[in-house]
Design a protein around this ligand. Structure first.
Ligand code: PDD
Length: 287
Protein backbone atom coordinates (compact mmCIF):
# COMPACT_ATOMS: atom_id res chain seq x y z
CA UNK A 1 0.00 0.00 0.00
CA UNK A 2 1.35 3.45 -0.93
CA UNK A 3 1.60 6.32 1.50
CA UNK A 4 -1.27 8.74 1.96
CA UNK A 5 -0.80 12.47 2.54
CA UNK A 6 -3.24 15.09 3.80
CA UNK A 7 -3.13 18.23 1.66
CA UNK A 8 -5.46 21.15 2.32
CA UNK A 9 -8.52 19.21 3.36
CA UNK A 10 -8.03 16.02 1.33
CA UNK A 11 -6.34 12.68 1.76
CA UNK A 12 -4.46 11.84 -1.43
CA UNK A 13 -1.99 9.22 -2.60
CA UNK A 14 1.33 10.77 -1.59
CA UNK A 15 2.92 10.23 -5.00
CA UNK A 16 0.16 12.40 -6.50
CA UNK A 17 0.12 15.03 -3.72
CA UNK A 18 0.75 18.58 -4.91
CA UNK A 19 0.94 22.09 -3.51
CA UNK A 20 0.82 25.37 -5.43
CA UNK A 21 4.08 26.87 -6.71
CA UNK A 22 2.87 30.08 -5.02
CA UNK A 23 2.57 28.47 -1.61
CA UNK A 24 4.40 30.93 0.65
CA UNK A 25 6.07 28.02 2.40
CA UNK A 26 7.68 27.09 -0.91
CA UNK A 27 8.67 30.64 -1.92
CA UNK A 28 9.55 32.29 1.40
CA UNK A 29 9.77 29.47 3.98
CA UNK A 30 6.79 31.36 5.45
CA UNK A 31 5.61 28.26 7.28
CA UNK A 32 6.04 26.33 10.50
CA UNK A 33 6.09 22.61 11.24
CA UNK A 34 5.88 19.99 13.94
CA UNK A 35 7.04 16.39 14.19
CA UNK A 36 5.46 13.85 16.55
CA UNK A 37 6.88 10.42 17.19
CA UNK A 38 4.36 7.58 17.03
CA UNK A 39 4.31 4.66 19.44
CA UNK A 40 1.76 1.95 18.73
CA UNK A 41 -0.01 4.34 16.33
CA UNK A 42 -0.35 7.02 19.05
CA UNK A 43 1.09 10.55 19.15
CA UNK A 44 3.84 10.99 21.74
CA UNK A 45 4.20 14.18 23.77
CA UNK A 46 1.13 15.51 21.97
CA UNK A 47 0.36 18.37 24.36
CA UNK A 48 3.87 19.80 24.08
CA UNK A 49 3.89 19.64 20.28
CA UNK A 50 0.45 21.26 19.96
CA UNK A 51 1.38 23.99 22.41
CA UNK A 52 4.56 24.73 20.46
CA UNK A 53 2.70 24.65 17.13
CA UNK A 54 0.22 27.22 18.43
CA UNK A 55 3.05 29.34 19.74
CA UNK A 56 5.08 29.16 16.50
CA UNK A 57 2.01 30.11 14.46
CA UNK A 58 1.16 32.94 16.86
CA UNK A 59 4.69 34.36 16.70
CA UNK A 60 4.43 34.79 12.92
CA UNK A 61 0.70 35.66 12.86
CA UNK A 62 -0.60 32.62 11.00
CA UNK A 63 -3.97 31.50 12.39
CA UNK A 64 -4.43 27.89 13.53
CA UNK A 65 -5.82 26.22 10.40
CA UNK A 66 -8.44 24.42 12.50
CA UNK A 67 -9.12 23.80 16.18
CA UNK A 68 -6.66 21.65 18.08
CA UNK A 69 -9.39 19.04 18.47
CA UNK A 70 -10.05 18.90 14.75
CA UNK A 71 -6.33 18.76 14.03
CA UNK A 72 -5.89 15.79 16.36
CA UNK A 73 -8.65 13.97 14.47
CA UNK A 74 -7.00 14.72 11.11
CA UNK A 75 -3.56 13.63 12.36
CA UNK A 76 -5.01 10.40 13.74
CA UNK A 77 -6.86 9.75 10.51
CA UNK A 78 -3.60 10.28 8.58
CA UNK A 79 -1.90 7.74 10.86
CA UNK A 80 -4.76 5.27 10.42
CA UNK A 81 -4.79 5.57 6.63
CA UNK A 82 -1.05 4.96 6.47
CA UNK A 83 -1.31 1.97 8.83
CA UNK A 84 1.82 3.10 10.63
CA UNK A 85 2.29 2.01 14.25
CA UNK A 86 5.91 3.06 14.86
CA UNK A 87 6.94 6.19 13.05
CA UNK A 88 6.75 9.93 12.67
CA UNK A 89 4.02 12.39 11.78
CA UNK A 90 5.01 15.59 9.96
CA UNK A 91 2.70 18.61 9.90
CA UNK A 92 3.47 21.78 7.96
CA UNK A 93 1.34 24.93 8.05
CA UNK A 94 2.18 27.76 5.65
CA UNK A 95 0.65 31.22 5.45
CA UNK A 96 -1.12 30.05 2.31
CA UNK A 97 -1.09 30.63 -1.44
CA UNK A 98 -0.87 34.16 -2.89
CA UNK A 99 0.89 36.03 -5.72
CA UNK A 100 4.56 36.47 -4.74
CA UNK A 101 4.94 39.58 -2.56
CA UNK A 102 7.02 39.65 0.62
CA UNK A 103 4.52 41.18 3.08
CA UNK A 104 1.53 39.13 4.18
CA UNK A 105 -1.26 38.91 1.56
CA UNK A 106 -3.46 42.04 1.82
CA UNK A 107 -6.56 39.89 1.64
CA UNK A 108 -5.89 37.05 4.06
CA UNK A 109 -5.75 33.56 2.52
CA UNK A 110 -6.37 30.30 4.39
CA UNK A 111 -3.24 28.63 5.78
CA UNK A 112 -2.05 25.65 3.73
CA UNK A 113 -1.76 22.36 5.61
CA UNK A 114 0.24 19.28 4.69
CA UNK A 115 0.54 16.10 6.79
CA UNK A 116 2.68 13.07 6.04
CA UNK A 117 3.31 9.91 8.05
CA UNK A 118 6.41 7.73 7.82
CA UNK A 119 7.35 4.43 9.41
CA UNK A 120 10.37 4.00 11.67
CA UNK A 121 12.22 0.72 12.10
CA UNK A 122 12.44 0.57 15.91
CA UNK A 123 14.85 -2.36 15.88
CA UNK A 124 17.25 -0.37 13.69
CA UNK A 125 16.84 2.72 15.93
CA UNK A 126 17.59 0.64 19.03
CA UNK A 127 20.64 -0.86 17.34
CA UNK A 128 21.86 2.64 16.49
CA UNK A 129 21.27 3.82 20.06
CA UNK A 130 23.16 0.80 21.41
CA UNK A 131 26.18 1.77 19.29
CA UNK A 132 25.91 5.52 19.77
CA UNK A 133 26.49 8.18 17.14
CA UNK A 134 29.03 10.85 16.30
CA UNK A 135 28.41 14.57 16.06
CA UNK A 136 30.47 17.31 14.45
CA UNK A 137 30.52 20.98 15.43
CA UNK A 138 29.81 23.85 13.08
CA UNK A 139 29.54 27.65 13.51
CA UNK A 140 26.09 28.96 14.44
CA UNK A 141 24.76 30.71 11.34
CA UNK A 142 21.03 30.77 12.00
CA UNK A 143 18.67 33.70 12.54
CA UNK A 144 17.71 35.07 15.96
CA UNK A 145 14.34 33.31 16.32
CA UNK A 146 15.25 29.64 16.51
CA UNK A 147 12.46 29.30 19.10
CA UNK A 148 10.00 29.39 16.18
CA UNK A 149 9.86 26.03 14.42
CA UNK A 150 9.93 27.36 10.86
CA UNK A 151 10.69 25.39 7.72
CA UNK A 152 13.53 27.85 7.01
CA UNK A 153 16.08 25.12 7.65
CA UNK A 154 18.88 25.80 5.17
CA UNK A 155 21.61 26.24 7.84
CA UNK A 156 20.38 23.00 9.44
CA UNK A 157 20.45 21.22 6.07
CA UNK A 158 24.03 22.35 5.42
CA UNK A 159 25.14 21.47 8.95
CA UNK A 160 23.61 18.02 8.78
CA UNK A 161 25.13 17.38 5.36
CA UNK A 162 28.53 18.31 6.85
CA UNK A 163 27.84 15.77 9.59
CA UNK A 164 26.92 13.08 7.11
CA UNK A 165 30.06 13.68 5.05
CA UNK A 166 32.09 13.24 8.25
CA UNK A 167 30.32 9.96 9.02
CA UNK A 168 28.40 11.60 11.87
CA UNK A 169 24.66 11.79 12.51
CA UNK A 170 24.22 15.27 13.93
CA UNK A 171 25.90 18.68 13.83
CA UNK A 172 26.09 20.86 16.93
CA UNK A 173 25.97 24.59 16.30
CA UNK A 174 28.55 26.58 18.27
CA UNK A 175 27.84 30.26 18.99
CA UNK A 176 30.36 33.11 18.86
CA UNK A 177 31.22 32.64 22.55
CA UNK A 178 32.19 29.06 21.85
CA UNK A 179 29.15 27.40 23.43
CA UNK A 180 27.05 24.67 21.85
CA UNK A 181 23.52 25.92 21.15
CA UNK A 182 21.78 22.79 19.85
CA UNK A 183 21.86 20.24 17.04
CA UNK A 184 20.59 20.60 13.49
CA UNK A 185 17.42 18.73 14.47
CA UNK A 186 17.89 17.94 18.17
CA UNK A 187 18.87 19.41 21.53
CA UNK A 188 22.36 18.74 22.89
CA UNK A 189 23.23 17.36 26.33
CA UNK A 190 26.26 16.17 28.28
CA UNK A 191 26.89 14.45 31.57
CA UNK A 192 29.84 16.58 32.61
CA UNK A 193 33.07 15.43 34.28
CA UNK A 194 31.40 15.96 37.68
CA UNK A 195 28.43 13.78 36.68
CA UNK A 196 25.99 16.69 36.20
CA UNK A 197 23.43 16.68 33.40
CA UNK A 198 23.83 19.81 31.31
CA UNK A 199 21.89 21.29 28.42
CA UNK A 200 21.47 24.81 27.06
CA UNK A 201 18.77 26.96 28.68
CA UNK A 202 15.81 28.00 26.54
CA UNK A 203 16.50 31.73 26.92
CA UNK A 204 19.29 31.03 24.44
CA UNK A 205 18.47 31.09 20.73
CA UNK A 206 17.36 27.47 20.49
CA UNK A 207 14.21 25.48 19.89
CA UNK A 208 12.32 24.60 23.07
CA UNK A 209 12.50 20.89 22.48
CA UNK A 210 9.44 18.93 23.55
CA UNK A 211 11.51 15.78 24.10
CA UNK A 212 13.93 17.90 26.17
CA UNK A 213 11.01 19.11 28.32
CA UNK A 214 9.56 15.63 28.90
CA UNK A 215 13.00 14.23 29.64
CA UNK A 216 13.46 16.93 32.29
CA UNK A 217 10.31 15.64 34.01
CA UNK A 218 11.67 12.09 33.82
CA UNK A 219 14.99 13.28 35.26
CA UNK A 220 13.22 15.07 38.13
CA UNK A 221 11.26 11.89 38.91
CA UNK A 222 14.59 10.08 39.15
CA UNK A 223 15.67 12.61 41.77
CA UNK A 224 18.35 14.03 39.46
CA UNK A 225 18.99 17.65 38.52
CA UNK A 226 19.71 19.41 35.24
CA UNK A 227 22.14 22.27 35.11
CA UNK A 228 20.95 24.50 32.26
CA UNK A 229 24.43 25.94 31.76
CA UNK A 230 26.03 26.18 28.34
CA UNK A 231 28.91 23.87 27.50
CA UNK A 232 31.70 24.03 24.93
CA UNK A 233 32.93 21.27 22.59
CA UNK A 234 35.93 20.96 24.96
CA UNK A 235 33.52 20.36 27.87
CA UNK A 236 31.91 17.63 25.74
CA UNK A 237 35.30 16.03 25.11
CA UNK A 238 35.97 16.02 28.83
CA UNK A 239 32.45 14.83 29.67
CA UNK A 240 31.49 11.37 30.90
CA UNK A 241 28.62 11.10 28.43
CA UNK A 242 26.75 13.03 25.77
CA UNK A 243 23.42 12.58 24.03
CA UNK A 244 20.84 14.33 21.88
CA UNK A 245 17.05 14.57 22.19
CA UNK A 246 14.32 15.09 19.60
CA UNK A 247 11.15 13.55 18.23
CA UNK A 248 13.22 11.84 15.53
CA UNK A 249 16.04 10.55 17.73
CA UNK A 250 14.26 10.30 21.14
CA UNK A 251 17.27 10.12 23.48
CA UNK A 252 20.31 9.09 21.46
CA UNK A 253 23.78 8.54 22.99
CA UNK A 254 26.64 10.50 21.40
CA UNK A 255 30.00 8.75 21.49
CA UNK A 256 32.21 11.22 19.66
CA UNK A 257 32.39 14.95 18.98
CA UNK A 258 34.48 16.01 15.97
CA UNK A 259 35.96 12.52 15.84
CA UNK A 260 37.22 12.62 19.47
CA UNK A 261 35.63 10.15 21.87
CA UNK A 262 33.32 11.27 24.65
CA UNK A 263 33.97 9.35 27.88
CA UNK A 264 34.83 5.79 27.00
CA UNK A 265 33.67 6.27 23.41
CA UNK A 266 30.57 4.18 23.94
CA UNK A 267 27.00 4.97 25.06
CA UNK A 268 27.00 6.08 28.68
CA UNK A 269 24.92 4.38 31.38
CA UNK A 270 22.86 7.48 32.20
CA UNK A 271 22.04 8.28 28.56
CA UNK A 272 21.07 4.66 27.99
CA UNK A 273 18.84 4.63 31.07
CA UNK A 274 17.23 7.97 30.17
CA UNK A 275 16.44 6.67 26.69
CA UNK A 276 14.60 3.72 28.19
CA UNK A 277 12.75 5.87 30.73
CA UNK A 278 11.81 8.47 28.11
CA UNK A 279 10.37 5.80 25.79
CA UNK A 280 8.40 4.28 28.67
CA UNK A 281 6.98 7.69 29.58
CA UNK A 282 6.22 8.59 25.93
CA UNK A 283 4.40 5.29 25.41
CA UNK A 284 2.40 5.67 28.62
CA UNK A 285 1.19 9.18 27.75
CA UNK A 286 0.74 8.90 23.95
CA UNK A 287 -2.76 9.62 22.64
N1 PDD B 1 13.51 18.51 14.92
N2 PDD B 1 16.28 21.58 17.81
C1 PDD B 1 16.00 21.63 16.50
C2 PDD B 1 16.71 22.63 15.66
C3 PDD B 1 15.05 20.76 15.96
O1 PDD B 1 14.75 20.82 14.65
C4 PDD B 1 14.43 19.79 16.80
C5 PDD B 1 13.39 18.84 16.27
C6 PDD B 1 14.77 19.77 18.16
C7 PDD B 1 14.13 18.82 19.12
O2 PDD B 1 12.79 19.18 19.38
P1 PDD B 1 11.69 18.09 19.78
O3 PDD B 1 12.22 17.39 20.96
O4 PDD B 1 10.52 18.91 20.10
O5 PDD B 1 11.50 17.18 18.60
C8 PDD B 1 15.69 20.69 18.63
C9 PDD B 1 12.52 17.69 14.27
C10 PDD B 1 12.39 16.34 14.86
C11 PDD B 1 12.81 17.68 12.78
O6 PDD B 1 13.21 18.72 12.29
O7 PDD B 1 12.64 16.66 12.14
Amino acid sequence: MGRVAYVNGRFVAQRDAQVSIEDRGYQFADAVYEVWSLFGGKLADSEGHFARLERSLGEIAIPMPMSRRALILVLKEAVRRNRVREGLVYLQVSRGVAPRDHPFPKTPVPPAVVITVSAVDRAASEARAAKGVGVVTTPETRWGRCDIKTVGLLPNVLAKQKAREAGAVEAWFVDELGFVTEGGSSNAWIVDRDGRLRTRDTNANILRGVTRRTLMEVIATEGLEVDERPFTPADAHAAREAFITGAGTLVLPVVSVDGKPVGEGKPGPLATKLRRLYIEQAKATAI
